[in-house]
Ligand binder design. Sequence first.
Ligand code: ZN
Ligand code: ZN
Length: 378
Amino acid sequence: MAEAPRDYYATLGVGRDATPEELKRAYRRLARELHPDVNPDEGAQNRFKEVTIAYEVLSDPEKRRIVDLGGDPLGQGAGTAGNPFAGFGGFGDVFEAFFGGAGATRGGARRSRVRPGADALLQMSLTLEEAAFGVRRELNVETAVVCDKCQGSGCAPGTSPRTCASCGGTGEMQSVQRSFLGQVVTTRACVACAGTGEQIPHPCPGCGTEGRVRARRTITVDVPSGIEDGMRIRLAGQGEVGPGGGPAGDLYVEVAEKRHETFLREGSDLHCTIQVPMTAAALGTDLVLTTLDGEEKLDIRAGTQHGTVFTLRGKGVPRLRSSQRGDLLVHVDVRVPTRLDDEQERLLRELAALRHEDVSAVTRASGLFGKVRDAFNR
Ligand SMILES: [Zn+2]
Ligand SMILES: [Zn+2]
């Protein structure tokens, strides 16, 4: 049985020459009036569906062309089965695209009492050795957990929530105002139920109506080797439980690395400075250095200069998630004696004379300029 094509223009209340802008305006106005969240009346709901279909058809140039040629792009059975949505993706899509997100379906504007919990952040201080090689740590954490008296429902045992009397369970309150634009319907979250559409007549003795309580617990954290100051370890689902016992957020443990008394860390490399007396630097010596891996012999060759850097390969910090390790860089600080007694001074002057080192000449000879001058004076 064929039926007469529906008049989409009349449904939206616009002329056949309506611009896309005018279509949009007409739909917006009607949707505000007829949307099921605003107008629970059944007649209004059917009208809302029709209006949405009309907008969907006319805002699509291809479908509108069919209408203008006297056809029905949704015809041939689409309108007969009592399912006006056959043939396209449901009015929720259109409404959502138009108004954006919430409100597309009935009850969509209602705020759930159960909401996801927040992430939590914790500081953990580690020594260089712990950060370098990893460590297992017990941490005391205080977060919201699900209330064990009500399992998150917020209701006293044996009771349950009831539909909010103020908003009838929609979670919203409408107020209608007249303005020069016509009737303006404003929607606000219901104050009585905080937008949830539910009220708890008998609150849980454990948590009030929150569904969660704060509690201390001990958790075990495995710190990976090579972690650095400021990095965060994420423990999924160990954060705050949400209102109404909602799913917990994540717990982040932020590493604060304590300063080491010998080593300065730079990524996976370590630096340290050793002080070598001038005489030892000149004559050469052996030195035992305590590294992260134990004692290491260091050979200071005769004639080692101030600022020399010895690199101990692989004696630094392991790289995160890698089997490689950084280096240990040992900086040499040659110390010149400062307080000489008469005998020491005499020996040094004797040494200078033997080496033909004129004490007054070297004071201005330094760097590139000094070397150039030396070449001319030779
Ligand atoms: Zn409770
Ligand atoms: Zn309410």
